[in-house]
Design a protein around this ligand. Structure first.
Ligand code: PLP
Length: 377
């Protein structure tokens, strides 16, 4: 990525960390299949198992709790399908969940209930407590941090309710990992989804972390890889890169606070001309800013910032190209602002200057477009 460009779209994907890049390249130089018993195979196995321990460390679990998969989407799908196989009869999905969770839950054919969020984007736990009283064991899907707003959910509190009702809790921690400290056990999760490319690892690799109450039931059949939880020769290079990224992300966690300071400075600048910061009253990831300025369409903002060399996202631009109003912002009761939501997200390599450049470009575009709107009126 050119240094003159300003990349503030880490929630879409993070630039690869040098440690991860090196680990990937080293792994490419090995010829072994981790299932082979010869020397090269054993070396490949060692890489996979070292990475398993590194990823486990990031969320405070032993290596055996980590199943490598192809990414956050597969981790979410595997968790939900496994809970269904374990006999849950209904799924409670929080309103702000990623499509990977929403669509995987819908695909399972079980009744789905939507756990509402409040105006700040935080799950309504009183509603959850009531819903859990109904008949039938439930799987609850509650993400740790939202991909658009960065709002952090009260997962440990939700877990207490879920456990009291003998339900299961799946936590999508794809966005939270590497940005805030995560303790799988303290959160009371039964399963947790992680994705390498959101923490500076390669794309196309992720992990499902599972606790003692969960059984991972494989959806992909074939060989006995991943202790029978997911068939198919492991993505050794991707997994090695994931492990290296996880280790570097854990090391860098304290410096994430800087992102919060720089993010808040940008927030002050845009709020001064009337923009709204979504989820500002809730605990949030330090490096995510979701802003909306009435009448300044998301896509216009993205295009204008791009012309100024600043890369950000409109709403949930995961499968980009599609322009649709933010479902998360709508669920927060701010349908009026949904077409105008913009996500700015930094990460491990973002500098204070990146956030300042983003603010400069946004304010310049806002005054240009605003002036044109006034001419039309
Ligand atoms: N869950 C959340 C919260 C995400 O933000 C994303 C990607 O944007 C995913 C899941 C999907 O992860 P992956 O791209 O690794 O499939």
């Amino acid at each position: 990525m050119s240094r003159s460009a300003t990349y503030l779209d880490y929630n879409a994907t993070a630039p690869i960390r040098p440690e991860a890049r090196e680990a990937v390249l080293r792994a490419f130089d090995l010829a072994g299949n981790p299932s082979s018993v010869h020397a090269s195979g054993r070396k490949a196995r060692d890489l996979v198992e070292a990475a398993r321990a590194q990823v486990g460390d990031l969320v405070g679990v032993v290596a055996g709790s980590v199943t490598f998969v192809s990414g956050g989407t597969e981790a979410d799908a595997l968790a939900i399908a496994s809970a269904k196989a374990a006999g849950v009869s209904r799924i409670i999905v929080c309103a702000g969940e990623h499509d990977a969770v929403v669509e995987s839950a819908a695909a399972g054919g079980l009744p789905i209930l939507t756990l509402p969020i409040d105006g700040e984007g935080v799950a309504d736990l009183a509603w959850l407590e009531e819903a859990l009283k109904a008949d039938g064991r439930a799987l609850v899907c509650l993400m740790l941090a939202n991909n658009e707003t960065g709002v952090i959910q009260p997962v440990a509190e939700a877990s207490a309710l879920v456990r009291a009702a003998d339900g299961l809790l799946h936590v999508d921690a794809v966005q939270a990992a590497g940005k805030i400290a995560i303790d799988f056990t303290a959160l009371g999760a039964d399963t947790m989804a992680l994705s390498a490319h959101k923490i500076g690892g390669p794309q196309g690799v992720g992990a499902l972390v599972s606790g003692t109450r969960a059984t991972v039931v494989r959806q992909q059949h074939g060989g006995g890889q991943e202790r029978g939880r997911r068939a198919g020769t492991e993505n050794v290079a991707g997994i090695a890169g994931f492990g290296a990224a996880a280790q570097a992300a854990a090391r860098d966690l304290p410096s994430m606070a800087n992102q919060g300071t720089w993010r808040d400075a940008l927030a002050q600048r845009v709020k001064a001309v009337g923009a709204v910061v979504l989820g500002e009253g809730a605990p949030r990831l330090p490096q995510t800013l979701c802003l909306a300025a009435d009448g300044f369409a998301s896509q216009i903002q993205v295009m204008n910032l791009d012309l100024a060399g600043v890369m950000v996202s409109a709403g949930s631009a995961c499968s980009s190209g599609k322009v649709k109003a933010s479902r998360v912002v709508e669920a927060m009761g701010r349908s009026d602002l949904a077409p105008f939501a913009l996500r700015v997200s930094g990460g491990w390599a973002s500098t204070e200057q990146d956030w300042i450049s983003c603010g400069d470009a946004w304010l310049a575009a806002y005054s240009r477009i605003g002036a044109r709107r006034r001419e039309v009126a």
